[in-house]
Design a protein around this ligand. Sequence first.
Ligand SMILES: Nc1ncnc2c1ncn2[C@@H]1O[C@H](COP(=O)(O)OP(=O)(O)OP(=O)(O)O)[C@@H](O)[C@H]1O
Ligand SMILES: [Mg+2]
Length: 449
Amino acid sequence: MKQLDSETREAPQPMTAAPLLPIPKVDIAVFCQSEEVREAVGTAAIDRRMARATVTVKAGGMKEATALYGGVTSPNLVVVESDDGEARLMATLETLAMECVTGTKVIVIGRSNDVGLYKKLLDAGVSDYLVKPLEPMDFVAAVHRCFRDSTEEKLGRIVAFVGAKGGTGSSTLAHNVAYAMSKRVDADVLLADLDLQSGTLGLNFDIEAKHGMVDVLQSPDRLDDVLLRRLAVSYTDRLHLLPATTDLDKFINLREGDVDHLVDVARSSSWHVVVDLPHILTQWTRKILLEADEIVVTATPDLAGMRNAKNLIDFLKKARPNDPPPRLVLNKVGTPKLQEIKPKDFVAAVGLEESVSLAFEPSLFGAAANNGRLVIESAPDSKAGKAIVSLAWRVGGTRERRTRQKGVKALLQKVFKRGKPKAPSTLRKKAGELKTSEAGASAVEFALV
Ligand SMILES: Nc1ncnc2c1ncn2[C@@H]1O[C@H](COP(=O)(O)OP(=O)(O)OP(=O)(O)O)[C@@H](O)[C@H]1O
Ligand SMILES: [Mg+2]
């Protein structure tokens, strides 16, 4: 999006600077006049953070929106494209406001790059004003700002680890990185083993747990953050573990809504959530992978590893077009008697620009695995230990980023004040729906009307 002309402090921040978190289950109607805006909104609507929102794109502008909401209840957010000049825009907004229920938020997309107009619109109760050309992620960011207060305060980041094939060391890295993260931030880290049949979390940390992921997943609808923390084993003050508690009799197959709920609960229970995924993905573990904020793909530098890593990375890039690509770890580099692909060639072949390499060190990793003591605990100053700490820094995000995001809350979270109260029972229902959505039910729909 273009920046507004003025250098005054009121000018909006660059829209994509803050980390974006999932948007709750809200209804959004977008009135488009140009193909360009219709396309940008279309791309934004398939962004993973919008997966729970229902976006309906309609042809028209202020007039059509006003006419529609004269007859039906306005949704949580109405977005209107308008190329009108200031006087006309303010007048038409006023008539639209008369038809919208209290609580409906409004975003205007316009052509005028004028900070004076921007301020007037905010004063009138408009939540945001976006200047064309519209970038999809600017749209997602604006929607996110509108509903930030509706989401759970303590929203954690999910970091998912997945191996390109079996035995790459993905779990070992997930466990070590989670430990390193818990040491470096003044916040909780929850580590969950989702390799339900052969997870190694319990072995690597040398813990015996009565409960674990199987109990968590068995009745996902009953799960909340209090129960989740009760089921987790506290390894330190900051690190909480959910081992797999292997049970070959139990087969877990979650529905989409359950996964949404699980992810919400995990996010609200800890600031950082590290998930150790099995390398063979099922439908629901794949959904968790797609919902993650950071993905680490671990591969060994051989041909099969390269092919699988490329397939996985291509898939993730396509499914998450607005996210940075996953991070690649090349592990066990220098394994004797193995025909290896050079890390540089491997990284180029899978279409990434960088990777983290860890050497094959059987005595270091073997001793750690056998003693139930992580490499990062037993040899923090080893080369591998340092690489793990550096990876933890990269995937961990920072508290500062989140605090800054909260700081601008007051300015950007305005409601469309001039709306007249209408149909209170519908409003109560809407408030209820918003709560339900945070508990998990999912609705993804992109309708061109
Ligand atoms: N850099 C390394 N050098 C030597 N051994 C390693 C290295 N990294 C991991 N290992 C060892 O490789 C084995 C497999 O590791 P791990 O279980 O973490 O892999 P995985 O990718 O999670 O496997 P799975 O597909 O079974 O989930 C373990 O014994 C571990 O100690
Ligand atoms: Mg594993």
